[in-house]
Design a protein around this ligand. Structure first.
Ligand SMILES: Cc1cc2nc3c(=O)[nH]c(=O)nc-3n(C[C@H](O)[C@H](O)[C@H](O)COP(=O)(O)OP(=O)(O)OC[C@H]3O[C@@H](n4cnc5c(N)ncnc54)[C@H](O)[C@@H]3O)c2cc1C
Length: 373
């Protein structure tokens, strides 16, 4: 079976790698980007927040937990096959709280996670400061409150999304997959009537490529592509800005990701951290462009310093921004068969968790394909 995957961000690359392991599967990947330039995936912080997600039940939390579990096998496998160091941080995620009522709500989450075999630790302020004395002068930016405690999630992870994507591509190539960068897909050729269409080719400016199955994993590009099939899946951008900082003082070598609300501090080495991210919506829900607001980014920087005082005086090495693909008026992500088509799957609209959800997305796409094998 010849599968054409459109899009090689983290989602498309993970699908390509997964499918390339199946005997008899010919995997072709097309992306309009240059090999070393990434869209949303290149902006992501790589925080894999599953056990410490506040949601108690439902499809979304199930996907998160399943994907986190898949990562534990995927990362060692990729490192062994490719020799690429993916910078997989196994130190967990520490969520700091300034509000007692908010912290207390986590006892319910803790019990629910425990019933599924996952662990959360809830620490008082004393327990937190025993382990992390550097947080003694942490304050909330808004109310200047001091810490009341923390939720520590030892099983959550973080990694470098660009390096992960590179390793997935390399691993898939080793398994025989073919990648075509600088090659945007403009549309498809199909046959069939009414609700029983079948795509026969994907079309680039160079040629029409015969395929048995199509996976659209094109992030924000998925909407125009599904439009060409008269089944548009509306996906719009939400902008995120982030910073790379160098601390004046060393950071402990075993540091977890430290989080408060939307602000994540991602340790990279003994001096450097990523900090992000803003969440900036378009003026109207269906705008396709967003102007980054410098005040939002500054607020993230100030919140990070208030949360983690060793960052006072940190130098800004770099700032960046990216567009998260968010489905319009439906839950993220969209992983489904395109209505009306027998051989088109969609894996898009992963919004704020595309890195985390990439492995489980690949498993779901494989299941769609296996029903016809
Ligand atoms: C600041 C920021 C921080 C984030 N932090 C995290 C985080 O900590 N954890 C997490 O899980 N997620 C995070 N995210 C979200 C994450 O980045 C996205 O959910 C994820 O990258 C989506 O991956 P994707 O492969 O679907 O899309 P993309 O990475 O955008 O890839 C889509 C690809 O499709 C290609 N394409 C589009 N149209 C076409 C076409 N017609 N033909 C060929 N190719 C096409 C594009 O060139 C692109 O390479 C963050 C996002 C931002 C912006």
């Amino acid at each position: 079976m010849r599968v054409g995957i459109v899009g090689c961000g983290v989602v498309g690359a993970t699908i390509a790698y997964r499918l390339s392991k199946i005997p008899g599967m010919e995997v072709l990947v097309y992306d309009g980007r240059k090999p070393d330039r990434l869209d949303a995936t290149g902006a992501a912080l790589g925080v894999l927040m599953a056990v410490s997600c506040a949601k108690l039940k439902g499809r979304h939390i199930k996907l998160r937990l399943e994907s986190l579990t898949l990562f534990e096998e995927l990362i060692p496998e990729l490192v062994e096959r490719t020799g690429i160091d993916i910078a997989y941080n196994r130190q967990g995620i520490l969520q700091v709280f300034f509000d007692r009522a908010e912290l207390d709500r986590w006892y319910t989450t803790q019990a629910v996670r425990q019933s599924k075999g996952f662990r959360l630790e809830i620490w008082s302020d004393v327990q937190l400061l025993e382990r992390f004395p550097e947080l003694a002068s942490a304050r909330s930016l808004e109310g200047n409150e001091s810490v009341v405690g923390a939720v520590f999630s030892p099983q959550d992870r973080q990694l470098n999304p660009a390096v992960l994507t590179q390793a997935l591509v390399q691993g898939a190539v080793q398994n025989g997959a073919k990648f075509h960068f600088n090659t945007p897909v403009s549309g498809f050729r199909s046959r069939g009537l009414d609700n029983h269409h079948q795509v026969t080719h994907l079309c680039t400016s160079q040629n029409d490529v015969p395929v048995d199955w199509i996976v659209v994993a094109a992030g924000l590009g998925s909407m125009p592509l599904t439009q060409t099939l008269n089944q548009p899946i509306p996906i719009f951008p939400v902008l995120g800005q982030a910073l790379h900082l160098r601390c004046p003082k060393p950071i402990r070598p075993d540091s977890p990701v430290i989080t408060e609300g939307d602000v994540h501090l991602v340790p990279l080495n003994d001096r450097e951290v990523w900090v992000g991210a803003t969440v900036e919506y378009p003026q109207s829900e269906t705008d396709v462009s967003i102007n980054p607001n410098p005040e939002d980014l500054e607020r993230v920087r100030l919140r990070a310093i208030a949360l983690y005082p060793p960052l006072v005086g940190a130098e800004v090495i770099r700032t960046w921004q990216g567009l998260r693909p968010r489905p319009h008026e439906r839950a993220a992500p969209v992983i489904e068969q395109l209505p009306g088509y027998q051989n088109v799957s969609i894996a898009a609209g992963h919004y704020r968790n595309g890195v985390l959800l990439a492995p489980v997305t690949a498993e779901r796409i494989l299941t769609f394909l296996q029903t016809t094998l």
